[in-house]
Write a protein of this length. Structure first.
Lengths: 166, 54
């Protein structure tokens, strides 16, 4: 088969592009540790969340040095807790579930974003860097008050966080 | 009418340099946009979900 030199170049370039895409994604997953949110967390009974060890008392708890876990319950039309305060430069794992219908847990303007399904627990781990404030929104239409469903995530400097715990 | 052949060239003598230039530019745009989208818009957009695959 007689393929023109330029055509070979075009074919090779498109292959390089595809390989480059795959390499970038692989680097993101392996090198940077970027993960997907899956359904690997154990399921819960959405009608009896108050009997669940984590969701009975939703909020922030320290599980290690610079490691925190946050249990969040989404309901029509609010999040519990409504304000999540975590320290900067730490690893924070959110466990989010819903009591009624499908919601979402979206830290606005960031890549932290998941669906929240009744009975399922969405677990996502993020690394906080600098202090700052983020809005949390529901982006799955969940009813007439959907537009009011919001919470706040506040990343405070580490020394200030110790004060708030006392 | 100029239906007669003016010049006959072989397969490898046909060199669409303009098309080559356009596709090279298009290729470079794709590369730059991909790098910008992934490394600036996505990876730079903390907080990012991290963890172990599995």
């Amino acid at each position: 088969m007689n393929i023109h030199t330029y055509e070979k170049f075009w074919l090779a370039a498109s292959m390089v592009l595809i390989v480059g895409f795959i390499l970038t994604i692989t680097y993101g997953a392996v090198g940077l540790g970027i993960a997907m949110i899956d359904d690997s967390s154990p399921t819960v009974d959405p009608d009896n969340l108050d009997e669940h060890p984590g969701f009975a008392d939703p909020g922030v708890e320290q599980v290690g040095e610079n490691e925190y876990e946050v249990h969040v319950i989404a309901v029509q039309f609010a999040y519990f807790p409504n304000e999540i305060v975590v320290p900067a430069d730490s690893t924070v794992t959110f466990h989010v579930t819903s009591e009624d219908v499908i919601h979402s847990f979206s830290v606005v303007g960031t890549n932290a974003n998941t669906m929240v399904i009744p009975g399922e627990v969405a677990s996502l781990t993020v690394e906080t860097d600098d202090p700052g404030e983020y809005g949390i929104l529901c982006n799955e239409y969940c009813g007439v008050g959907h537009h009011d469903m919001e919470a706040r995530l506040v990343v405070v400097p580490q020394d200030e966080f110790e004060l708030e715990v006392e | 009418m100029s239906s007669e052949l003016e010049r006959e060239i072989g397969h490898d003598e046909f060199d669409p340099k303009g098309t080559l230039a356009l596709i090279t530019i298009y290729f470079l745009i794709l590369v730059v946009l991909w790098i910008f989208m992934y490394f600036v818009e996505f990876v730079g957009n903390d907080l990012t979900v991290v963890g172990v695959i599995g």
